[in-house]
Every structure is written in C-alpha cells, then in structure tokens.
Design a protein around this ligand. Sequence first.
Ligand SMILES: [Zn+2]
Ligand SMILES: [Zn+2]
Length: 411
Amino acid sequence: MLESFTEIATKLEINWVLLSAGLQFASWGLFSLLLSEILRDVYHALCHKVAWLGKLHNKHHTAYRRDLSIVSLKAYQESQLYHDTLESGILVAALLVIALVFQQPGLWLGVVYNVIFLSAAYLRYSQGTIDTDYNHKPGPLDTAPSVWLVNRSYHWRHHFDDVNAYYSGVFSLVDKVLGTALSLKGKTIAITGASGALGQALTAELLKHNAKVVALTTNPDKLPTDNGAKVIPWQLGNEAELKASLEKVDILIINHGVNVYGDRTPQGINSSYEINTFSALRLMDIFIATVTGPQAKATKEIWVNTSEAEVNPAFSPLYELSKRTLGDLVTLKRLNGNCVIRKLILGPFKSQLNPYGVMSAPQVARAILFLAQRDFRNIIVTINPVTYLLFPVKEVSSWLYYRIFSKTIQN
Ligand SMILES: [Zn+2]
Ligand SMILES: [Zn+2]
C-alpha cells in the first residue's frame, strides 16, 4: 500500500516536471517570436532614420507600384536580396546570440522562425517567383486597416501614405509605442463645430502635425480669420451640399453639438436629435459614399465626438439621449467596415456648452491626437475613472448584440 502511494507521488512529480518544462519552453518560444517581430520593426524604423541602411531598404520601396504590383522582376529580386534576405539574416544572427547567451531551449524557436523567413526571401530572390508575402499582394484594398495585426491596407500606408510611419510588419505594437500607427502629415482633415472651443483647439493641433485643416462651421463669423484653416460654411439640413468638398477629405471629424440643458419642450427634443444625432449621421453617410477607389479604405477615416455622455450623466437629459443614440449608431455602422470610424469619448472641458469644465480644450485636443496616432479606435479623454471602466463594457456588449441581430442587405 505504502509502495503504491510512493509510486503515484513519483509519477505525479514526473508529470509536474514535464509540464513545467513544457510551459517554460512554450513561454520562451512565444517570447522569442514576439521579440523577433519587435526587432524587425525597430530595424525597419532605423532604415528610415539612418541614411546608409535606408539605401538598401529603399530597394523594397521602389519595387512596388501604388496598386502593389511589382515595377519589374529585376526590381523585385533586388528588393528580396537587399532588403528581405538582409533583414532576415540580421534577425537570425540576433536571435542566435540571444539563444546562446540565455541558454533557454525555447529561444531556438525564434532562430528557426527567422531561418524560415530567410529561406523564403532567398528563394524569392534566386527563383524570381513573384509569389510575394500577404502584405504585398497586388490589387484593391478591400478592408480598412486593422488594429493589432498588420493587414494589406495597414502596410500600404507605409509605402504610399507616409514612409516615416506604419513601420510594423506583423503586430502593430511598435507603431503604437512610437506613435506611428496613424500619420496626420499632409492629410486633409475636415472638422465640424470648428468655431467651438474644441474645434479651434483641434485645428491648431492638427496644423502643428502638418495636416491641412478644413473648418466646417455654421458660424463662420465666430472663427478667427487667420487660424490657418480653409473655411467652408454649411447649414443644418444641407449636409448633402458638402459632398464635393468631402470627396477630397481624408479624415472627417464630426464635432458639432448642442446642449439644451434642462429644456424638455418639443423644440428642445427636436433640436437635440437633429443637431447631435441626425445631422452627424447624414454627414457620416455622405462621407462614407466618398470612400471609393481602390485605396480609399486605407486612408479615409471618420472621428465622431460622442462624448462621455454615452455612459455617464451629463446632467442634461436630452444631451445624453441624443449623444447615446449617436454613439449606438456609430457602433452599428462600424460593423459595415466602410472605413475606420473612431469615437471621441470626452469628459467635461471648458467650452461654451460647458463653462464649468475641468480640462482645457487644448489639453483635450493634444490627448486626442496622442491616442489617435497610437490607433485607439475609442479615444477616451476624461478625468472620470468610471468612464474607463464602463465604456469598454458598454461598447463590447452593444457591438456583440448588433453583430448578432443586424445585417447589411446586399443589393
Ligand atoms: Zn512593404
Ligand atoms: Zn520602409
């Protein structure tokens, strides 16, 4: 009896040792794969900062046309040799050193992973086959850039939107850390509610990031004449007249709104929904209709200021009701995947709508752009910790519910 207990204990001990060794191998292995991708992206970013590295890397950039078809077989083969093979070779060497120094068997997974990349790149060079990797497959970009894993639209922007951004190759982690997951440089960005406190602050910040700003305002008289933005006046209900202007816009920021505070008259209800919800919705639809052409999905975006009232009281029932409806409709429309749609979930800041705001509009504008450049799709800027907890729960549950019970009817 005593012997069998000892045997069981020994077997359990052996199993435990095997299990922990397996877990250790797997975690070091996963770490080495992640490290490989981080090192690859850092090397890529360096190629765009260090001139002599850039010369070799540039072979990769000059090999592709705007539709990602290759310029010539020779250019493609040279890019495979001077960029892909070189990059994978450096990574094999780096991971080999790390595996030898730290003496962990799992780390050899990273070496094998990069040897596979190296062999594929060398085969593409030597055989001249144009069976390229997924990110460089030619043809129209039919999906919007993804958030965590790099897809074709994401990487296309590195080639043709801004070569000094979008460095990531597989995971977008390095771009998120560097703030290069969205470039504002040279983009045409239209903003409604441009004469308000946040509208003016965002205009000033966007200009600092070398964007071209189009101020869409129903109050052109309230705008300073020399704020650097092109002013386009519009009227509520006449959103369709902006179609031609929105064709040339990369990012539309819907930021106008009204707060009727305690008013509950029919007029108060009507203007809250008309301004905060329906005009915003009409603008979204008009802008989405301009997302045409083979590469439009990669760069066109809508940002909607739905406000913290989506999940918290704003002590103004109609403001909350109309903004919550807008927030829900944005969640619903995102399911169509027409283009990237970000929400701006903002806490109280000093403005005409809220003279008692705690944060300042320039602070909020800076924080919005900081998070947008890190590709946050839900940009929360508030001092209220409850919003950071409640909003994700509300957003995920609404998204799931709408995904199950709604669909786009294809013609
Ligand atoms: Zn590329
Ligand atoms: Zn590059």
